[in-house]
Design a protein around this ligand. Structure first.
Ligand code: SF4
Length: 199
């Protein structure tokens, strides 16, 4: 019997190359349609509660990343949104030392990925977002002086108002790691202009 279901559109060569690069570096990766992106004011409200102590403490987090509308406009200048993740084993859910080490490693691996993306010959630099802000410097220069490493600045996914579990579902990635923690980042690649969803 003939299958008349519409087939999924083929990924662009650029997206295929970027996903392959992510996977070669040990990340899980998938593309989330730009039309699936939602910029949640309630996630921003959680940032403002400052339970993570990153609010108003870094160039990678609100308010330094701009308003939610500015984040939305910044993302929708790109043509493709790729989500990548890496899972880390933990002793148990109280293994805070393991979580800290995993987060540091994720940031290092994200830097490697950022450097490797240069080989794709992009017409403009990608925007790379990462879980939970920046931990590169012992003391951030915010708000007194510019970021020391603006070319390596990977703003917070949560600070942009993203619900990471929602992104994971849109990109076809597992949100929870078995017996551990998963960290996530995103790559915005140039392409045709798209439209996201602002609440
Ligand atoms: S690289 Fe340093 S100065 Fe820049 S946001 Fe990160 S911690 Fe702050």
């Amino acid at each position: 019997m003939t299958d008349h279901r519409p087939s999924a559109p083929a990924a662009s060569p650029l997206v295929s190359a970027a996903l392959a690069l992510c996977r070669s570096l040990g990340f899980e990766a998938g593309e989330a349609p730009l039309s699936s992106l939602t910029f949640h004011p309630e996630i921003r409200a959680v940032c403002e509660e400052n339970r993570c102590r990153n609010y108003s403490a870094s160039w990678a987090c609100p308010p330094a990343v701009g308003t939610l509308e500015e984040c939305r406009e910044r993302c929708l200048r790109y043509g493709h949104f790729l989500l990548f993740s890496r899972a880390y084993a933990l002793e148990d859910s109280w293994d805070f030392q393991g979580m800290g080490e995993a987060h540091r490693d994720f940031q290092l691996q994200t830097d490697r990925l950022d450097e490797a993306l240069g080989a794709l010959g992009l017409k403009e630099p990608p925007l790379i977002l990462s879980n939970e802000g920046c931990i590169r410097c012992r003391r951030c220069t915010w708000p007194d002086a510019p970021c020391r490493f603006p070319e390596k600045l990977h703003p917070s996914l949560e600070g942009f108002g993203f619900l990471v579990s929602e992104l994971a579902a849109a990109a076809g990635l597992a949100y929870r790691a078995k017996n551990g923690v998963a960290y996530f980042g995103a790559i915005l690649l140039p392409g045709e202009a798209g439209t996201g969803t602002a609440e």
